[in-house]
Structure formats: structure tokens, C-alpha cells
Design a protein around this ligand. Structure first.
Ligand code: FE
Length: 322
């Protein structure tokens, strides 16, 4: 037999996700496969970095939150498609690229935080309804140009068309209690302090606030309501993974993608960050479950990513933040 040089089994990640979240997942992967995982945590500039590195990039996988960020990597021709039966089984159709360029790993819903005291059960049911004048002076939100809100407006365009979505954005602006400012949690603080009655935010922030001594009071002043689009479901977004075009360790990378969607890894995700695991049959954490069941919207997130320029145009043309 011919002696082959020992190949170092490894895989390299570029990640926007926090080290604390990723460490238990990469540890479990290495334990199961013997493949070493190297992680570069980036704050921003992933696309620029991958472009600059080109074919010599050491990165095999990129991990991001929000469809816009992962789609940005795909749209810049920095990824390659992955076909995998395991991934197809573990990731519902709405949450992966039809061509396999990106795959969701966890989901979050963009929902309404409602004052326990000042908002009655059943008062909020649809996203469309947030433009109703009955909310005048009662809604708080972060900037309309934030990726989370642009994805929501993209979904509004998808369901109701550009003109209706623009009218909706104008209507919501007219209800705002104050100019858009701060992050999702700052809006819940606004409800706690009495400035507004409802706000728009992502589900996992409820968990984050409950675990923060200062913010727990804010969280305790609200409940989560899952609105739906008329004829649709609750607006969903993802954290996701993509295989880079240059991937020097392609096989190991695909193995890691499959691992991240496996029940074992999905349970680690579920406990770590108050997100929803993506694999069918995997349960969210008990706290997350306590927020109640809901119907997720079924639009493919690639379709929403493609509507983002129109969503931005709407937000700017109605001067949403002004
Ligand atoms: Fe967030």
C-alpha cells in the first residue's frame, strides 16, 4: 500500500453569530466527527473580505443572521449550491434557497409586543391592521431601514403588492408614538414607560430581556402576539449558513451544514438563544414554547430578499423615519 500523507481534517467558518452561541455547536461537531473547526468572528464586512480573498479564501462556510445578510453573500457570487437529502429533510422549503445557495438553521418571528394593561386580547390580529388609525400615537418601532423591518415590508409587498405596501407603511408611520429610534428592546421599554402600547420586534428578545435584571421589568409589562398577514402567517426570518465558492474543505463543510440541522445540534440551538429550531419535530425551549403556537408564513425568504430594494424605496419615499 502507498503511504498517504495525513490530511488535517478541518473546516473554516466566517461567522456573524456570537462565539458563546457557536462554541457548543462546534464542540459537538468535532466530538462527533473529529473534524477541527476554526471560527473567525466578524462584526461586519463579510462580503468585502470574501471578495478580497477570492479563490484563496480559507473560508468554507459563512454563518449570518437575517436573510438580507446571507442573500448579500449569495448575490455577490461568493457561494456555491449544496444539494443534500439530509438538508432537504431538515430544512422546510421556505427556509432554504430553492437552488441550495443558502440554508436556514434557526428561525425567529417578527411579532407584536403588546402592553398587558392597555391592549386587549384580540386587539391585534394582522400586520395589515397596524396601519389602522385606531393605533394613532400607540406604536413604537426601530428604524424602517433596519434589515428586520425591510424584510417585513418585503413580505407586505409579497402579500399585497407594492402600492398597498406603500400605503401600509404610510399608515403605520401615521400611528407612531415617536420617531423610529433604538433597537427592538428599546420599543418594549417604551411600552413599559407608557410611551406606546404596542411595538414590533423579534421573538427572541423576550428571552433576552427576561434574563437581564434591568430589562426584565420591560418584558413583564408586555405579552407576545403573533400577527399574520391576511391570508398568510407570521413573518419569519432566519439565521443561516452558506457554502463559499472557494471552500477548500468542501466535504467537511457540507458535513457540518448537515450536522447543524440535525436534531442534536438543533436542540443546542433551541436552548441557547430563544430562537425556533428549524428541523421538523425539534422542540423550542420551554420559555419559547410558552409564548404559544402560531402559523409561520410560507413565503420563500429568497423571494423576500429580492423585494428588498422595493421595500427600501417604500420606506424612503414615505420618509418613515422622518
Ligand atoms: Fe437581533
Amino acid at each position: 500500500a502507498i503511504a498517504m500523507p495525513a490530511m488535517a481534517q478541518e473546516v473554516n467558518l466566517y461567522s456573524y453569530r456570537q462565539p458563546e452561541l457557536l462554541a457548543p455547536l462546534t464542540d459537538a461537531f468535532t466530538e462527533e466527527t473529529g473534524i477541527k473547526v476554526n471560527v473567525a468572528h466578524l462584526e461586519d464586512g463579510m462580503v468585502e473580505r470574501l471578495k478580497a480573498e477570492g479563490a484563496r479564501s480559507p473560508a468554507d462556510l459563512v454563518l449570518t443572521v437575517d436573510i438580507a445578510r446571507i442573500y448579500d453573500v449569495v448575490a455577490n457570487d461568493l457561494t456555491q449550491p449544496v444539494q443534500s437529502e439530509t438538508l432537504e429533510q431538515n430544512v422546510p422549503a421556505a427556509f432554504h434557497d430553492p437552488d441550495g445557495h443558502w440554508w436556514g438553521l434557526t428561525t425567529r418571528a417578527r411579532i407584536v409586543y403588546a402592553s398587558k394593561e392597555r391592549v386587549a386580547d384580540g386587539e391585534v390580529t394582522t400586520y395589515e391592521d397596524l396601519a389602522d388609525p385606531k393605533w394613532k400615537g400607540r406604536i413604537c418601532t426601530r428604524s424602517g431601514t433596519h434589515p428586520y423591518n425591510l424584510a417585513l415590508v418585503s413580505a407586505m409587498i409579497h402579500h399585497n403588492g407594492y402600492d398597498a405596501a406603500k400605503e401600509w407603511a404610510e399608515g403605520v408611520k401615521a400611528t407612531l408614538a415617536r420617531k423610529p429610534q433604538g433597537n427592538d428592546r428599546a420599543q418594549v421599554k417604551g411600552i413599559w414607560s407608557g410611551e406606546c402600547d404596542i411595538s414590533i420586534g423579534n421573538t427572541y428578545y423576550m428571552g433576552a430581556m427576561l434574563n437581564d435584571p434591568e430589562q426584565k421589568e420591560w418584558a413583564d409589562s408586555v405579552r407576545i402576539v403573533f400577527p399574520t398577514f391576511e391570508g398568510g402567517g407570521a413573518h419569519m426570518n432566519i439565521s443561516g449558513v452558506a457554502l463559499t465558492k472557494a471552500a477548500p474543505n468542501k466535504e467537511n463543510a457540507i458535513r457540518m451544514m448537515e450536522f447543524l440541522t440535525s436534531p442534536k445540534a438543533q436542540e443546542i440551538y433551541a436552548e441557547a438563544n430563544y430562537e425556533y429550531p428549524i428541523a421538523p419535530g425539534t422542540e423550542p425551549a420551554a420559555l419559547v414554547k410558552s409564548w404559544g403556537g402560531f402559523t409561520p408564513d410560507e413565503v420563500n425568504l429568497t423571494d423576500l430578499a429580492k423585494l428588498r430594494p422595493e421595500a427600501l424605496q417604500i420606506i424612503q419615499s414615505v420618509d418613515f423615519d422622518g
